[in-house]
Design a protein around this ligand. Structure first.
Ligand SMILES: NC(=O)c1ccc[n+]([C@@H]2O[C@H](COP(=O)([O-])OP(=O)(O)OC[C@H]3O[C@@H](n4cnc5c(N)ncnc54)[C@H](O)[C@@H]3O)[C@@H](O)[C@H]2O)c1
Length: 354
């Protein structure tokens, strides 16, 4: 099989496939390449949701395995089955949670990557894609950075991801594994666990709950629609001569938190009085900005979704999928929410839930 055929009809192992980006990737592969075989390995942490993949259960060429990427025996057994593509989305992903409890982040985002790479060393793969993040660069206040910029992660999530990122690179240089590393900007879109900025704000606004804005609300991120991200990953699978390389993925949609809140409130015709400032996150990076021209030059990929359209579509999705997110905003989520956000407005003291 040539590369194109292996993308269209090959065997995929998608770790963390029950999460936000992983499930959008699986959906894209299943719809675009019906002959491809997809195995999902996911621990189903609080962020992993079988509902994200329910439509594929029992369909030919699809298999779900509940398990931990840090479980050596299980990972070795699965990887020994043989894959053309392994994409590692599995991670602890929420910066705020990493500040409260960094240990799980080191185990999954560093050690888990090592376990996967060891299995690949033993059994081989066509290409291993380590999904890293633009947060590994730390805050970027000047021009968008390219892939040669120093890694200066400033929170335990970003530092753990930097560990996994460099470990994957080391397995390429040391053992010649076919590894590609991607560093993507902030994603938004359907199926995002409602603790992340856009899904939290959209679902809070739908319930007329406050939108908790850290500090000044001036922290800036580049926002990419998840569909653009998954298409970038497919472009990298199709590309020759990229093993051992790092690719930034972005969209050039730089917005601060207050602007995001404004877009969401406007889309839902809700008042700006729902914006509520909360005590800032410790070590809150003011801005991330990556130069993704290398990816475009090497693959032809470009982001397609204009932010104004993507945010409207996303807000509508949460509006129409209450049965998906409402059950998630209960129990442990509410405990985390109350612990995490300290509203500056005394009237909200006592921790308003959502
Ligand atoms: N969301 C973003 O904006 C963004 C941006 C850049 C990079 N990334 C990276 O993309 C990947 C996916 O992010 P996401 O937003 O979809 O995250 P998510 O939190 O929605 O999903 C993570 C998934 O990984 C699973 N998981 C966690 N620990 C595991 C373990 N030990 N073994 C197996 N499965 C485990 C969870 O159950 C969940 O299904 C992560 O690696 C993240 O660092 C995310």
């Amino acid at each position: 099989m040539d590369r194109q055929q292996r993308v269209a009809a090959g065997r995929y192992l998608v770790t963390g496939g029950a999460g936000f980006i992983g499930s959008n990737f699986v959906r894209h592969i299943r719809r675009t390449f019906p002959e491809a075989q997809v195995t999902v390995l996911d621990k189903l942490t609080y962020a992993g949701n079988p509902a994200n993949l329910a439509e594929f259960e029992g369909t030919p060429g699809y298999r779900f395995v509940r398990g931990d990427i840090a479980d050596r025996d299980l990972v070795a057994e699965i990887v020994a089955g043989g894959f053309d593509w392994i994409l590692n989305f599995a991670a602890e992903t929420h910066v705020d949670r990493s500040i409260g409890d960094p240990g799980e982040f080191v185990i999954t985002d560093v050690y888990g990557v090592h376990v996967l790479l060891e299995a690949v060393r033993a059994h081989g793969v066509g290409r291993f894609v380590q999904i890293s993040t633009d947060e590994v660069y730390g805050e970027i206040l000047g021009d968008p950075v390219d892939e040669r910029a120093p890694l200066m992660p400033r929170n335990p999530y970003a530092a753990s991801k930097a560990g996994g990122d460099r470990l994957a690179y080391a397995y390429h240089t040391t053992y010649d594994l076919p590894v590609v590393i991607t560093r993507c900007a902030n994603n938004y879109g359907p199926y995002q666990y409602p603790e992340k900025l856009i899904s939290l704000f959209a679902t809070n606004a739908l319930d007329d709950e406050r939108l908790p804005v850290y500090g000044s609300g001036k922290n800036r991120r580049d926002w990419i629609h998840v569909q653009d991200h998954v298409e970038a990953l497919v472009a990298l699978l199709l590309a020759d001569g990229v093993d051992g390389e790092v690719f930034n993925i972005g969209a050039g949609n730089e917005k601060d938190v207050l602007a995001i809140a404004g877009h969401i409130l406007a889309a839902l015709e809700k008042p700006e009085t729902l914006i509520a400032h909360v005590v800032d996150r410790p070590g809150h990076d003011r801005r991330y900005a990556v130069d993704f021209s290398k990816l475009t030059a090497r693959t032809g990929w470009q982001p397609r979704m204009p932010f104004a359209e993507g945010i409207l579509e996303t807000v509508r999705w949460y509006q129409e999928h209450g049965p998906w997110w409402r059950p998630l905003k209960s129990g442990e989520f509410l405990e985390f929410y109350r612990r995490n956000y300290k509203f500056l407005d005394a009237a909200a003291e006592g921790g308003e839930g959502s």
